[in-house]
Design a protein. Sequence first.
Length: 279
Amino acid sequence: MENDIKAAVIGGDLRMSYAYRRLLSKGLDAVCFKTEGESGGCSRIEDAVGGRTLLLPVPAVRDGAVTGPHAIPFADVVGAAERGTIYGGGFSPRDIYTASDHGIRLKDLLSDERLAAKNAALTAEGAIFEAMKRSRASVWGSSALVIGFGRIGKLLAHMLSALGADTSVCLRNEKDAALLDARRVKTISFDRLEREMCGFDFIFNTVPQKVASSAAVDNAKKDALVFDLASPPGGFGPDRADRVIYLPGVPGKYAPKTAGELIADAFIAAVKEDGRERS
């Protein structure tokens, strides 16, 4: 069935370039439109979408436009697309409403636990790479704080501990806290976060909402590195670039080839699954 899929990759950074090439390597009839790294794509959105299943980036839309270096209004995409399903990642309720007005269904590839987990692993690995690159001290023997214990937080805490960092986790879930205590991993509650930030060499926020006041980062040690991996506005607010290193979209910057190929594989699997459900 893979060879029956006619796909169009719309927008995106280098991840989507590698996703496009992955689709071609698997024998799909695929085109692209305004995708970074691809100079031979379609020149008009109408030429790209006709009779094709659309693949948008992960995340797909931000501020009403398809993510990537080229500004492609999402409304233009759904306006040109045929009725059916558009695939991508992290669609908002507003995106879903916009698409539904045109008789189009959006499918979030990040609902595939396999892609979400692998994407989280790339994010954790890339964050540690940035920490190593920016610090004059080693991760081994350092003290590290991971804020949040979702997919990324769990993998990040595990990787930091494996590298020899004295790792603590700030989290809310009491069951997770009890499990970490049993593993002799230190835990911090959110009501103690601002007071405890002074004790770490590396701080990584993974929570996609405010976790502390903007001024709280001033409590960190002067030579500590504070990273925010969450999407804007992040855990400390958007205006602390003087102290916070914002790292949204780590997979696309750190490992675009791996991330793009994972997106392409998830897209193919989702299209095939939808085809089985309709048959």
